[in-house]
Design a protein around this ligand. Sequence first.
Ligand code: FES
Ligand code: FE2
Length: 369
Amino acid sequence: MYVNFWYPICTAAELEEKSPQRAELLGVRVVAFRDANGKASVLSDTCIHRGGSLSEGKIVNGCVQCPYHGWEYNGEGRCTSIPSMDGKKIPARAKVDSYPTCEKYGVIFAFMGDLPEGERPPEPVVEEFDQDGWRVCDPLVFEIGGYFERSVENGLDPIHNEFVHPAQGAPRVESDQVQVQVEDQDWGSSFLVNFGAYTQADQRQKVVNTDTAEGLKAGSWHIGPNTLVTGIYLPGDNTFIQYFFEQPISKRRTKIFFINARNNSLGADKDKWINDTFFNIVAEDRVIIENLRPFATPDTLTKELLTPGDAPIVRYRQHLKSWENKGWRIDWPALQNTDDDVAYAIPSPARRESGNWVHDTIPIVPTGS
Ligand code: FES
Ligand SMILES: [Fe+2]
């Protein structure tokens, strides 16, 4: 798991609740709520007084109030009220980490790291949103019992469709394409391959009414470690783009915010049909991912026997390594070993501007290790 990327936290609909919302990701807890200006705020969930969980508290005047002794924190993470101190000056250390947020497509995203704005990866984007000729569904949110890297790698794997996806018509990569060509993009990489004719035309009819599958192309790209996009290009300019924004909860659990876009069947009344169709395909992947071992991707390429068709996965792992070399990879074993004794926070941008923080920052894999 990596700091310094954008992660989905919760849906905008959840923030309409009157109570603060908890999310768990990257080995820590955060609390989300709307501040006094209605802005989505995401803070470290642990109160710096004596460890209360802010998400168990209340929202009071646009601040989140700790349930234990009533300390209140605003959207910047600054403590604004300590009831037991009876109006005395609030100490400078009375602050928790607050993360940059953006609210788009019905999802609250937070930048979980301390990079200054100009150095961050771009905010998550669904390019088809608000474009003429496209329809974008509301997010479907679900959890899987697997590690997010395995989930992203599954999306970067064109070879599995033939075996895992009867609901999609079990498309097979054309034989001249099995040496998959990968292209680097900003913050990630992509591929696009041709698939041969479907073997199950009756299943294909469920996706789009077309008589020929010739010319079917599909490809995927990842942006950072935890965003996967898949494009399915059916004949007759029938395109489906799927966005998977992934929230790593632990090595064994991932929450996925899944958004479907398409340039056909544009009526809102088709959203449920589109979502159901693609969710059936996701369900086929899920059985595979949840049963992979090890849960996480192995640390070295020699612990699996990779083939030319796995090229997009190898490239993804190289990107992960480059982010590890920047000092962005969380040291999961160190975190697990000390988690009962230390309240960790992911460092926020404010840590670059001021010292004197109560909580330790999460352990990071040393660079060059
Ligand atoms: S632990 Fe939060 S106010 Fe005491
Ligand atoms: Fe799949």
